[in-house]
Write a protein that binds this ligand. Sequence first.
Ligand code: GTP
Ligand code: MG
Length: 446
Amino acid sequence: MLKSMISSIVAKKMQKKLINATISEENIKDVLKEIRISLLDADVNISVVKTLVKNIKESAIGYTVSPDEKVDDALLLIIKDELVKILGKDVSKMDYKKNPLKIMMVGLQGSGKTTTCGKLAYFLKNKEKKKPLLVALDVYRPAAIQQLKTVSENAKSDFFEKGNIQPSKTAKESLDFASKNKNDVIILDTAGRLQTNKELMDELVEIKKTFKPDEIIFVVDGMAGQDIINVATEFDKVLKLTGIIVTKLDSDARAGAALSLTALINAPIKFTGIGEKVNEFDIFYPDRTADRILGFGDMITLAEKAAETIDEASAKKSIQKMLSGKMDLEDLMKQMEQLKSMGSMSSVLSMVPGANKISEDKISLAEEQLVVWKTLLSSMTIEERRNPSLIRRNPNRRIRIIKGSGRKPDDLNKLLSKWEKSSKQMGEMGKMMKKGNNPLTSGFKF
Ligand SMILES: Nc1nc2c(ncn2[C@@H]2O[C@H](COP(=O)(O)OP(=O)(O)OP(=O)(O)O)[C@@H](O)[C@H]2O)c(=O)[nH]1
Ligand SMILES: [Mg+2]
């Protein structure tokens, strides 16, 4: 995801402390220049960057900083407001009351249409209690129909196909089928092309005519470059898009081009794809995304993710155990699994305020470390994980674990000493908390 460090730019470049003063062009000149560079680096479209910088300038110049306000914070809030406007102001929902709600997915080849059909169906089924029908209209790529069938099975949704007949006919027939089958959402998976061409557009127009969709969603790869802007404009001109879904935001794509689209074609981003699995899909929140771009972190999404993936009762129990200094290796393994189920480490860290200062190298090193630990831990018996002193005492156990995991003796030593250290630290932290001190503010060193 677009990773800029606007908050640190502002902190660095706004050295002059303005109290009870008015922000002038001179005050923010350097900040705006760096913001411009960082957004262009993230591949945000140049005309969007220009508008954004102009709007920030207009809102900031003449702003009077009050005595109880820090100039950095005031400026960051102005920047955030303008960023949110570019990203689409409010969350854009579909009209879930429509029955059937008719959705047509369009986009270039490989953008993620078929995968996203499944994710959207899964989302609507679980969160909106719908009964979706997925319709296969890609009659060109061999195995495309079978791919959607598998996708709909994963999404536990219904599936409809008519083989290689004209896609607009299948789309029309799906309406009858859906009505008999009591489907209240119909999602069309259309074929992609390497580039927009007349043949593709004509076919999509024909489908639109017979199916009369409520939503025409442009699916765009977060890794797409600036070319995608012309492509989206073309699709919008011919079909009048009602929304956008940006996929592959789990990659290290900067996503600037895709995130610029709303400002350019006036269609809101409704959802984002953040992985290949059917549940790796999120509602798009412009303000949370603005927070991440600013480097504020997105604690709300992180908390929601944690609530969805972590079983609260067991989390409470394991935290209590950790804080009493009794964390064993089985607890460690469970925590690693929970962290993993929340997404890649970089996607989790991107939501933690201030964590954007951690370099990509450090993150991948930590990720590698977790893989090493995981193989070591899974080569242990549960008895050993519950009682790690067994490993310390018995060289045969150590040899078996090292052989079984294919790692080096040093890896095992490191894991054991890291576990010992953090288990002790956690115990100390627990004692501090018992005394009523907050370890985060009483100078506790991790
Ligand atoms: N990492 C990641 N991969 C994704 C995401 N969405 C889709 N993919 C992958 O992208 C590839 C292409 O996805 P498809 O859904 O087949 O794309 P499509 O637009 O239907 O492609 P065509 O039918 O050939 O036009 C697949 O390997 C998907 O697993 C995502 O959000 N994250
Ligand atoms: Mg497809």
